[in-house]
Design a protein around this ligand. Structure first.
Ligand code: ADP
Ligand code: MG
Length: 600
């Protein structure tokens, strides 16, 4: 009888390892760049074709490999970085398992070209599915080039799971961004289908790298933070002011001992520090480097190494919360909602506080002043202001002071507004409280739904097209979903690189923050992915739009505005919830009110 247990053939073992290491093109990119960093490169150039499905090429100017190492590194568990168990606990390199290259080689056609700085010539090795087919001495500059073609060519089952080029490239851009943010001292370049998407030159300061990666406009709203727990934990980084929040946690970059992590404890601590500063479901921008003695953190929990385990979880958590909170409390910011394409009249700058200003507040104010005067100039020179005010009237509909008084639903009487946020009404003998923001969202949502079902969402041209500079990830999502955006009433054009011009927005959208709207929608579409064809997914998109379309809480309403709101509400199904599931109204029966006063 044949033995049941068999040693797996080398290539098969590597393919299985590839299942862990090589999830998608982005994981290949990550492993290759980390190897370049481990080789002390100061330049790392990444070329991608078709989302990494046809080509991933990483070129570095690191110390390269000698001939024997070049052959050896394609074999399993060949690593120059760990030779004893102790080494595992004192890691200063990114890689250490010695399984990345063989795993990658086993599912691709790989060409490794490398020359050690000590050698006169280099070596070029070509392997297919992990089997070396050819090797030659070549004349090249010191450093290493790894070219990976036809990912999963020999495992069609896995190839099927790759997503659209743009999506895969989005993941690659994420990986490169994470690494580039952690190493301002290294020149990174990333191209897709021959087009340069990212160029981050060498810098001494994180702030400069952050500006290159996150956009200049964001960079002005970042605070530096630095703290020492006195117990071995240290923290440095950049914190976004609450005014530049995002709709997902994608812009929280955290590193433990130089390694990018997406850890639950760290994430929780950051959100905790921002709690009460941000609205619900808004998330900060943050780039944080947390260092601690290597023996107090286990980075080897997960094969893709994004999770860690702390020896003293609570201590790390609390250290992050206190350091961030302290820093955030030193400055109080007003929300940075200054850009507008709708407002027909001039803005005046926010009143200048008499209290002494911190440098951040000064910078912030200058920025506000700058964009306001630029904006006011634009408005002054615009020939079509009248047109805009009509537009504004139509957009706001009920809130733009229509004169005629609206009929209230049968049996309803408006009592007034409470705290500028709730309407109080009498409906027959009930007392009704209405959350004006929730009600408005619901109305906007229903209108959008109707429009979409009829001839599509009504679109409104912006007087001044807004140019957005997005992050790589957002840019690739937007590029992928331009059709969807059009369907939802936007006219967006790619403007080169990560820039887009927004020319039209849904007519119902009264929110002046076009940038935030587009970003939120891109995030939503990204999450939904291809399922955007399904009805309930479309509702998620409409909910995002509706949220931007309507008045917020804390807004005084005139009598006729309140009546219009009730009228509009009556036209849609009464008693429903806002698109986010919060109730719109609360009813107190006569009996309930009487009970409060021990009557009846
Ligand atoms: P690990 O990084 O975990 O050691 P890898 O499979 O990623 O394992 O790489 C195997 C070995 O190949 C590394 O330990 C290193 O010695 C060598 N190597 C890989 N890429 C490079 C590179 N870009 N420059 C120099 N040496 C490299
Ligand atoms: Mg490695």
């Amino acid at each position: 009888m044949k033995n049941r247990i068999q040693i797996l053939p080398e290539n098969l073992a590597n393919q299985i390892a590839a299942g862990e290491v090589v999830e998608r093109p982005a994981s290949v990119v990550k492993e290759l760049i980390e190897n370049s960093l481990d080789a002390s490169a100061s330049e790392v150039f990444v070329e991608i074709e078709k989302g990494g499905k046809t080509l991933i090429k990483v070129t570095d100017n690191g110390f390269g490999m000698k001939k024997d190492d070049a052959f050896l590194c394609l074999e399993r568990h060949a690593t120059s970085k760990v030779s004893s168990a102790e080494d595992l606990f004192a890691l200063h390199t990114m890689g250490f398992r010695g399984e990345a290259l063989p795993a990658i080689a086993s599912v691709t056609r790989l060409r490794l070209t490398t020359r050690s700085i000590d050698d006169e010539a280099g070596w070029q090795i070509y392997a297919e599915g992990g089997t070396i087919r050819q090797a030659d001495a070549v004349g090249v500059a010191p450093g290493t080039v790894v070219e990976v073609r036809n990912l999963f060519f020999n495992t069609p089952g896995r190839r099927k799971f790759l997503r659209k080029d743009e999506t895969e490239f989005g993941h690659i851009a994420d990986v490169v961004s994470r690494l580039a943010l952690s190493r301002p001292d290294i020149h990174f370049r990333l191209s897709h289908n021959g087009r340069n998407v990212l160029e981050a030159y060498r810098h001494n300061r994180l702030e400069e790298r952050a500006a290159a990666m996150l956009g200049r406009n964001v960079a002005t709203d970042l605070l530096t933070v630095e703290a020492d727990s006195g117990n071995g934990e240290m923290l440095v980084g950049l914190l976004g002011t609450p005014g530049i929040s995002r709709s997902s946690t994608n812009n929280i970059y955290t590193y433990i001992n130089g390694r990018y992590v997406r850890d639950r404890v760290v994430q929780h601590a950051i959100l905790e520090a921002y709690r009460s500063l941000l609205e619900k479901r808004r998330y900060p921008i943050a780039v944080l480097f947390i260092d601690m003695p290597p023996e107090t953190v286990d980075v080897n929990v997960h094969p893709t190494k994004h999770e860690v385990r702390f020896r003293n979880q609570q201590q790390v958590h609390d250290f992050i919360v206190t350091s961030l909170r302290d820093r955030l409390q030193q400055v109080s910011f007003e929300p940075a909602r200054v850009s507008s394409a709708f407002q027909p009249s001039s803005f005046s700058p926010p009143p200048v506080a008499s209290a002494p200003q911190t440098p951040e507040q000064r910078v912030y104010r200058e920025r506000v002043q700058e964009s306001l005067s630029a904006f006011n100039e634009k408005v002054a020179s615009a020939p079509t202001i009248a047109a805009v005010s009509t537009v504004k009237g139509e957009i706001d509909g009920w809130s733009s002071g229509r004169q005629e008084t609206r009929q209230l639903p049968e049996g309803w009487r408006l009592i007034g507004q409470y705290l500028n946020s709730y309407l109080l009404c009498q409906a027959d003998d009930e007392l009704v409280l209405i959350d004006q923001h929730a009600a408005h969202e619901r109305i906007g949502f229903e209108r959008l739904r109707k429009q979409l079902a009829a001839d599509g969402i009504e679109s409104q041209a912006l007087l001044f097209p807004t140019v957005l500079e997005l992050e790589h990830r957002e840019a690739s999502v937007l590029a992928e979903h331009l059709d969807d955006f059009a369907r939802f009433g936007f006219e967006v054009e790619a403007f080169g690189g990560r820039s887009f011009t927004v020319k039209s927005v849904p007519a119902l959208v009264a929110d002046i923050d076009v940038e935030r709207l587009v970003r939120d929608l891109a995030a939503e579409l990204n999450e939904i992915g291809r399922a955007a064809q399904l009805d309930n997914e479309i509702e998620r998109v409409l909910a995002v739009l509706a949220c931007h379309s309507m008045v917020r809480a804390n807004q005084a309403l005139s009598q006729s505005e309140m009546q219009q709101l009730l009228h509009d509400l009556a036209e849609i199904e009464f008693g429903s919830c806002c698109p986010h599931g919060r109730p719109i109204m609360h009813r107190l029966s006569k009996r309930e009110v009487e009970k409060l006063f021990h009557r009846g």
